[in-house]
Design a protein around this ligand. Sequence first.
Ligand SMILES: [Zn+2]
Length: 69
Amino acid sequence: MAHSRPGGHSPFERLRSRYEERDLVCPKCGYDDADGKWLAATGGDRIQYRHLCPSCGYVRRRTFLLGEE
Ligand SMILES: [Zn+2]
């Protein structure tokens, strides 16, 4: 299995920048968390994103599997 070194634009970082910049509007209360961001946690072959709405406390989670492009 080949492991490429992260050179600044890995799939992980592309995903990360994409999701930190958008989709910060809470689907539950409609609050636009313009200063917030998705928190990323990596584990094995996946990335888990979490966003906590500061207005209503609703937590959204998303999981991306790496290597499935
Ligand atoms: Zn909310």
